[in-house]
Design a protein around this ligand. Structure first.
Ligand code: SAH
Length: 368
């Protein structure tokens, strides 16, 4: 159907262009009777030039822009607050149209600039060491809300900055929001009109939804698995929900079946909790569990948050754990903890009580 008038029927809501995937955009553009290449012009404005105003789409005529603006909007986040860490990590808190907030973190490290992106408000899972887990699930993010984090982070970059890596390690369990995750990755990696990133620069991290690992290889991105425990008892107490869905045996079997190209490896993440899973026996069991899987291991010393019963191990215990794993012939790294002072480190994203957040964060915010 072709729009004859440049106005929406009363009560109709304008279409958010960012909410449309490529096919939907094609059909939307067709309604105006425009040629197919207009679809790609509009998509390029949205993702490559990050325009926030239909009027800036200067390769459309003025009357075409007016026609488009009469039916559509570009709805970006309602607001964004930036918290800057003393280590230059920046946490962006975006307010969505329904008032919920979502967090994304820009982490500079030598020649890399990693963006850590959220896929849910809150989380489906209930891992006891993770602040996001204590919020419960508020809702899944839509593809455009995942993209919003990337576009807003890009808007905040300095002139010489460029995001080099993107990790889906923010709030939420990415594999519990698979459709939106896949669509966001399509927009990130699409070369003709999207951000054109290589999928090798993108890593999806899962707490271990074993049955869904098979959905990742078609996307071409890297996969990280948060193991965090070496026995089912330990995992059931630390990560009860996900361990009910898939035991360690089931998860490791899915990892062994995972089709990896010859140059690629899985990453296993392991949060080190003092006195809980950081002992020599844990390290030895870890090396046995992952034997035969092409992988590297990232140790993440626990990042503390108010109310958590867990503690960060001493540097000595971290180093002993790493040495045992390394001596078994595995590549093992200790993840530097970044942005802890703005609660932007792993497991620190999410809503704290308003009183604590005011005490912990206001001062830092005012330094921006
Ligand atoms: N749900 C996904 C992605 C979000 S968590 C997952 O579980 O992988 C990203 C990483 O942070 C995971 O490896 C998780 O185990 C780790 N993590 C969570 N809370 C943490 C905390 N308080 N300190 C350190 N790492 C934490």
């Amino acid at each position: 159907m072709r729009h004859e008038k440049n106005t929406l029927p009363s009560g109709a809501v304008p279409t958010n262009l960012l909410a449309l995937d490529e096919g939907e955009m094609g059909r939307f553009v067709q309604q105006f009777g425009w040629p197919r290449y207009r679809t790609y012009q509009i998509l390029r404005w949205l993702y490559q030039r990050r325009t926030k105003d239909i009027n800036q789409m200067t390769d459309l005529s003025q009357s075409q822009r007016a026609a488009l603006a009469s039916q559509a909007t570009i709805s970006r986040a309602v607001s964004c607050t930036v918290f800057r860490s003393i280590d230059h990590t920046r946490k962006l808190v975006l307010t969505l149209s329904d008032g919920l907030t979502v967090e994304t973190v820009l982490i500079p490290d030598e020649d890399r600039l990693t963006l850590c992106v959220s896929t849910q408000v809150g989380c489906t899972l209930d891992c006891g060491f993770c602040l996001t887990g204590t919020m419960g699930l508020k809702r899944n993010l839509k593809p455009f809300e995942i993209m919003e984090q990337v576009l807003t982070a890009q808007d905040h970059l300095g002139p010489s900055e460029r995001i080099t890596n993107l990790v889906f390690m923010g709030m939420g369990e990415p594999l519990a929001n698979m459709e939106a995750l896949s669509e966001a990755i399509r927009r990130l990696t699409n070369k003709p009109w999207g951000l054109g990133w290589s999928p090798r620069r993108i890593t999806v991290s899962t707490a271990g939804l074993a049955a869904r690992l098979k959905d990742i290889p078609p996307l071409g991105v890297n996969l990280a698995i948060s193991l965090n425990a070496t026995t089912d008892d330990q995992r059931a107490s630390l990560m009860p929900a996900v361990n009910r869905i898939a035991s360690l045996k089931t998860l490791l079997a899915a990892c062994r079946r995972y089709p990896l190209p010859p140059t690629r490896r899985l990453t296993f993440e392991y949060v080190l909790l003092a006195g809980v899973n950081d002992q020599a026996d844990d390290a030895r069991r870890l090396t046995k569990l992952v034997r035969g899987v092409a992988c590297k291991i990232n140790l993440i010393p626990f990042n503390e948050f108010p109310g958590s019963p867990f503690r960060r191990p001493s540097e000595r215990d971290i180093s002993t754990f790493q040495t045992i794993v390394r001596q078994a012939g595995l590549d093992v790294f200790v993840r530097k903890s970044r942005g802890r002072d703005v609660l932007g480190a792993c497991g620190q994203l999410g809503n704290l009580s308003p009183e604590y957040a005011a005490r912990a964060l206001t001062q830092i915010e005012s330094r921006c």
